[in-house]
Design a protein around this ligand. Structure first.
Ligand code: FES
Length: 86
């Protein structure tokens, strides 16, 4: 697989809405290959995608809509882009 041509895989066409805790660090899978969605499991490196996870610290406790389609314009959060995927 060529690194430049890698397109993120759609893990699911909807967000992963999960309860998170303020201060918790999360690594959001951006390549879509992780089997531990929406979090990174190292698959981006195993598959030489040239991608890397986005690491964020949750600012507040509560539900977080992690993008599951990997095509959001506001990573790592869902922005509704999954609705316009083919
Ligand atoms: S799940 Fe990706 S934009 Fe909604």
């Amino acid at each position: 697989m060529s690194e430049k041509s890698f397109q993120p895989k759609v893990a699911q066409k909807s967000p992963f809405v999960l309860e998170e805790e303020a201060g918790k660090k999360r690594a959001w899978c951006s390549c879509g290959l992780s089997t531990n969605q929406p979090y990174c499991d190292g698959a981006h490196a195993r598959e030489t995608t040239g991608m890397s996870p986005m690491v964020v610290t949750c600012e507040t406790s509560g539900k977080v809509p992690w993008c599951g389609c990997k095509h959001t314009k506001t990573p790592p959060y869902c922005d509704g882009s999954h609705n316009s995927l083919p």
